[in-house]
Design a protein around this ligand. Structure first.
Ligand SMILES: [Zn+2]
Length: 427
């Protein structure tokens, strides 16, 4: 892509002045990015450094537990069992440097290729540069990648390093390499804003742009609030900053930023004081979180019920119109008492207690349905639906739509009294 902004144009001029990787940097990658491995197949060890194979006198277990020295090249090898005959390993490797006021991250792919009988070859190729301006703005220089369903970083080494727009997948160029060259250079603002060489699980690009562009990041880093800093990097912003300040003042370290943020939001939902250290700095965050979560659930259930009650009240008149003539229907066999539900509020209660959909599916609005409740004493046992057209039991269901031990008895009782209902219909 052609550089468009002033910043991109500046980077485009500067990037060609960056030196190629030095021999020392390359050698460091070759020596540190890969384990020296010997692959043991049956009784033969293959040295992945020089390609030599030989049969050592030691037994399998000793070979795997201790290191062995290749008789050909003298490399100390870690042995593991494998039938491999060749292997290719890629590792990201980063050089942290500066260029005319920019913080620059140069991400290389170090590749080790080995094959039985041949000496290992190493390649170190640059794939990405992150240019970070003193204000924390990023310009990305990288190669194109080949299409793949599984990998976002199948780099096309024949494509040019050029300024490209951010990919939708930030992981493609926001690299946290396992290996970083020890000779690192930082622009003064980064050190001044609290960076001491540790990344605290945050990618270099993210932590540097944050530290240069967001004063909250500096505050969090200096206060050792690393997880909140990481969270800030992920989200781009943190809510509840006033509560964070309470933590800072009390020397309270937030170990799990996402859980803590949830917790503060729930405190706020419950109307509790989120500026009170007693709430904001819990000794056991998980316990405190679970406790308020329970309270929030109760509150939400209450709210939902109130809403449903209001909604039920709106349907009450319509239900009366449709079914009032059945309201005095009630029959019993001395144990089970069956009666028609007399209000929409009663549907709400029946649905809530029996955990079924008699209310939510709005059975009270169905012309053809008459809903009755079978009870023993005050306990609701099953809910019965009768089709007024067919004069038949459509369903009779207990808690969570299951049948109860009384099911057959209830069916028989309703059938026996169906006439009562039929009479109302023709009255
Ligand atoms: Zn060797």
């Amino acid at each position: 892509m052609k550089p468009k902004t002033k910043l991109q144009k500046l980077v485009d001029e500067l990037r060609v002045k960056l030196p190629v990787i030095t021999e020392k940097q390359r050698r460091w990658a070759v020596e540190h990015c890969f384990e020296h491995t010997g692959y043991l197949c049956k009784k033969t060890v293959w040295c992945t450094e020089c390609g030599h194979t030989w049969q050592p006198p030691e037994g399998h277990l000793i070979l795997v537990l201790t290191e062995v020295i290749c008789p050909h090249c003298g490399t100390k090898l870690k042995v593991s069992s494998s039938r491999k005959k060749k292997e290719s390993i890629n590792e990201y490797y980063t050089v942290i440097t500066t260029c005319r006021g920019f913080q620059v991250l140069r991400h290389y792919v170090a590749r080790k290729f080995c094959r039985v009988g041949y000496p290992t070859t190493y390649e170190v190729n640059e794939a990405i540069q992150n240019w970070i301006s003193p204000e924390g703005k990023e310009v990305l220089v990288y190669r194109s990648t080949k299409m793949s369903f599984f990998y976002i970083d199948l780099w096309d080494w024949s494509s040019p390093m050029e300024i490209r727009s951010p990919s939708h997948n930030r992981q493609k160029y926001d690299i946290f390499a396992k290996f970083i060259y020890p000779g690192r250079r930082y622009i003064p603002n980064i050190a001044r804003n609290g960076f001491k060489g540790y990344f605290h699980g945050i990618t270099p690009l993210t932590i540097f742009t944050l530290l240069l562009s967001n004063s909250k990041a500096e505050t969090l880093l200096k206060a050792k609030q690393y997880d909140m800093l990481r969270f800030l990097g992920q989200r781009g912003a943190v809510s509840c900053w006033p509560s964070i300040r309470i933590c800072l003042r009390n020397g309270y370290i937030i170990k799990d930023a996402s859980m803590w943020t949830d917790y503060i939001n729930m405190l706020s939902t419950l109307g509790l004081d989120i500026l009170n250290a007693r709430y904001v700095c819990p000794t056991n965050l998980r316990e405190a979180h679970d406790r308020v979560e329970k309270k929030v659930r109760v509150l939400q259930a209450k709210k939902r019920l109130e809403e449903q009650r209001r909604e039920a009240a709106e349907y009450e008149k319509k239900y009366q119109e449709l079914k009032a003539k059945f309201f005095d229907i009630e029959f019993s066999d001395n144990l089970i008492k069956v009666s028609v539900l007399r209000s929409v509020q009663d549907f709400l209660a029946e649905g809530a207690i029996m955990h079924h959909c008699v209310y939510s599916a709005k059975y009270f609005l169905k012309d053809d349905s008459l809903i009755l409740s079978a009870r023993v004493g005050n306990e609701r046992i099953e809910t019965i639906e009768i089709s007024l057209k067919e004069m038949e039991i459509v369903q009779s269901r207990g808690v969570c739509n299951k049948n109860t031990e009384y099911h057959d008895r209830i069916i028989a009782l309703v059938k026996k009294n169906m006439n009562q209902i039929r009479r109302k219909l023709t009255a």
